[in-house]
Design a protein around this ligand. Sequence first.
Ligand code: PEP
Ligand code: MG
Length: 552
Amino acid sequence: MKVYNGKSVFGGIAIGKISVYNKEQQQIERYHVEDAAAEVERFMRAKETAVNQLKALYDKALAEVGEANAMIFEVHQMMLDDLDYNDSITNMIETQKVNSEYAVGVTADNFAQMFSSMDDDYMKERAADVKDISERLVTVLSGGNGEGNKFSEPVIILADDLAPSETVQLDKDKVLAFVTRQGSSNSHTAILARTMSIPALIGVDVETDGAYNGVKAVVNGFTGEFIIEPDQETEQKMEEKRQEELEKKVLLQQMKGQGNVTLDGQTINLYANIGNVEDVASVLQNDAGGIGLFRSEFLYLESNDYPTEEEQFAKYRQVVETMHGKKVIIRTLDIGADKQVDYFNMDKEENPALGYRAIRICLDRKEIFRTQLRALFRASAFGKLSIMFPMIISVNEVREIKKMVEEVKAELKEQGIAYSDDVELGIMIETPASVMISDMLAKEVDFFSIGTNDLTQYTLAIDRQNPKLDPIYDPHHLAVLRMIKTVVDNAHANGIWAGICGELGADPELTETFLAMGLDELSVSPSLILGLRKAIRSTDVSKVKEEVLAKF
Ligand code: PEP
Ligand code: MG
């Protein structure tokens, strides 16, 4: 038995086998082959294996998600048999006497480029498909099983580090826990682990070279321990603790259907934070009053190219429809800093957190923003949608956004496309600048949602991504708490509501403080809602208000 220690970013116990995460990127080598005919044979065999894998995937998808969604695997089989694609690969092997992996890789790049440059949206999207089938072929040729980081049973993921884009693509039902050597507790990967309610440890000094693949381990998200090959006694103790936690969760179910009301009658909205459409199930299971933050950038992170208006519209519509009239606040694209998307082709920056990100990109590359706004407004006709904008620092930005919103609405009206005229527009308060002018900003928008993750970073001048600074990244700092109070006061003085959607909203040590400050909403990871409701229902604000507010 070996015990490693790290920092926990989400509690809970997980027991299972380790799967060491392989970076998806395949390094393709080019080498000379003597016998080109034998190499073409090898390519043909790999293709047959890939087609069989796709047939099996089609059957699985047909049973689980229906024909429409399974179709893609049939399309991929057809593409693998495409004459031009095959000719290009075999020609290259025969004339240049190169290995199959290389011929597949070069053909994939050429075809993908050709598809991307076409005008037709449908053909453009085929670029991602040709890359996908080619990666599958290369994996088979290199002796892989073509399953990538997909697992046959639930596993504990062990990785050096995980980028947000890698985390969102994991099969969530098959992940028991995350353990990484790097990472900071305020990074988006950590936030995703919380949203997915998965025990997660960071900063664990453990080998990630594959030696532990398939080995049994325990993740203790309460103590930060990562126990490899636990002895019988330890495993039994951990299993008991896991059961205890499950029972606590069951007990919390009693909170479902109850109001978020304090002992002295003050109410507050409890909403959920999500990163994609699949998270909505957990929002409903945990009885959230709405969605307070849908991080829409994850749609971009999951894609290989800019998601089209239609693709975005379908997702936003699905979320608002599934929420059946409950409020859904979608935040517009917030990439940059730790959320990098390759196809945006952004320059390398010295200080990405202070750089070209979020609304700054949207107001500069307006076509991207316009596409998202159109998709959002179209979805607004199908439920109760609100929109909020990240990283605001000035009144001018808000006015520019509102101007674009009006243009998009006018365009939709002219085209006879339905949208709701009742969409609340809000902003995130996550820069000290926006706090200091929150009295002015409140006159421009319908609500404020305080992003305490970035607000702490920018107020304390501490990079939220830097694990070395984790010990001093302190969202309880008086400066941050005073700012929250200022924002709430300015919102109320101007007749708008204010909530928190940063991680601090779920901090039980501050629930009393937030109630005393009069916050109208807290938006937290879905799995934390019922516990927070319990805390709210046992608080008497009138008894603590004076004492709490005296601190600010
Ligand atoms: C925040 O900054 O608090 C926030 C909610 O946004 P994100 O964590 O996605 O930057
Ligand atoms: Mg933020």
